[in-house]
Design a protein around this ligand. Sequence first.
Ligand SMILES: Nc1ncnc2c1ncn2[C@@H]1O[C@H](COP(=O)(O)OP(=O)(O)OP(=O)(O)O)[C@@H](O)[C@H]1O
Ligand SMILES: [Mg+2]
Length: 238
Amino acid sequence: MSRFLEVEGMTAGYGAVTVLRNISLYVDHGENVGLFGPNGHGKTTLLRTLSGLMRAAMGKVRFDGQDISRARPWEIVGLGMVQAQQGNTLFGEMEIAETLELAAFNRRAREKAAANLDRIYTLFPRLAERKRQKAKTLSGGERQMLSIGAALMCAPRLLLLDEPTLGLSPRLKEELAEALRAISQDVPLVVVEQDVELLLALSNRLYLIEHGEVQREIGKDNAPDHQEIMDMYFGEHA
Ligand SMILES: Nc1ncnc2c1ncn2[C@@H]1O[C@H](COP(=O)(O)OP(=O)(O)OP(=O)(O)O)[C@@H](O)[C@H]1O
Ligand SMILES: [Mg+2]
C-alpha cells in the first residue's frame, strides 16, 4: 500500500527566493507527524504548499495515492487534506454556528456535518456556549478553536495545523491542547508546534525542518530527549 501522504523533492518559494529545497517526507496511514525547527525556516511555507495555497516549483505530492502536485486548494480539501486556517482569517461578522455550518462545503463534508458539529461542540464547550457570537468578538484562543472546528467540519482525513497554540493564554492553551490530544486520537495530524511537550504528545514521528530542508527525521527508536529537541528548535545542534 502506498503512503498516505508522500512529498518527493519539493522545492518552493516566493518569486525568486527559494524557501523549500528538495523536501522529501511522508505520513503513513495511522500516524501523526510533527514538524519543528527554528523560526523562518519554511514550516509554514511547507504546509501552505501541501494545501495548494502555493505552488511548488519542483517535486511531487501524493495524497492517498493520488498526485495532487497541481491540485487547487478546494480540490485538496475535497480529497480530505485540510489545513486549519489561522484564527485571524475568519469572517468577523459571521457567528460561530454559521461559520461551522458553512465550512462543510463539499458533499463528503455535508454528509458528516451533523455528527461533526456535535463532536466539535463536545471538544470545544466554549464554542457551544457562544453559538450566536460573532467571530470578531471572540478571544484569540476561541478564534483558534473556531478555525480548528471549521477545519474539522471539512471532514479531514488528514488535518494540517500550523502552530495552533501560538500566543494563547496558559488556560486557553491547556483547553486547546486537551482538545488537540483528543482529535489526534481519531484524525491523523501533521502539526507544527513550538511547545515541545505538546508536539511530542501529538506526534508519532517528527521532522526537523531547517533552512528549508529536512535536516532530520526522528522516530521512536532515535528519539532525542526534551532538551535536545529544544536545542534543535533554536538551531543549536549543529
Ligand atoms: N509571502 C511571502 N513573501 C516572501 N517571503 C516570504 C513570504 N512568506 C514567508 N516568506 C519567507 O520565507 C521564509 C520561511 O518562512 P515560513 O513562514 O515558512 O517559516 P516558518 O518556519 O513557518 O517560521 P515561524 O516559525 O516563524 O512560523 C522566511 O524567510 C520568510 O521571510
Ligand atoms: Mg510558521
